[in-house]
Design a protein around this ligand. Sequence first.
Ligand code: FES
Ligand code: FES
Length: 159
Amino acid sequence: MADQIVIQVNGNPHIVQAPPDTPLLYVLRNELGLHGPQFGCGLEQCGACMVIYGKEAKQSCKLRVGDVGATPIITLEGLMEDGQLHPVQQAFMEQQAAQCGFCTNGMIIATAALLVKVHDPSERDIREALDGNLCRCGSHLRILRAVRRASELMWKGAE
Ligand code: FES
Ligand code: FES
């Protein structure tokens, strides 16, 4: 049975009608029209559906909407500010760190969460942070470059 549930997404409260065990991913995509998070595996295995949940990158396919509560959720769409791309989005574009782009949402979200905590990550830090994100296209080297570039843009005043 559908409940009325309030969730905080991209800085705004949203009232959604859904059974509490509905995956947050479905609500974001189907109720709120936020198509940044992708449905890959639905099993917490690929990372394509990631959102920032509180301060952590989290797979939204396995989060039940009824469990979200007041924890703020940021999707790919919510990373932009004043019409400007987030530095991580900018870096991924600059480095052309995608082929099909299906994994890109999760890669960007995981990177954004990492760089808030670790300003100058080592290669090991990056690999560990992106361990839950699969890319079937082999874009990994460009993704690594994009994460380093994003770190420069965010924290070293690079242009
Ligand atoms: S769709 Fe959520 S981890 Fe794959
Ligand atoms: S760019 Fe295609 S899955 Fe990563």
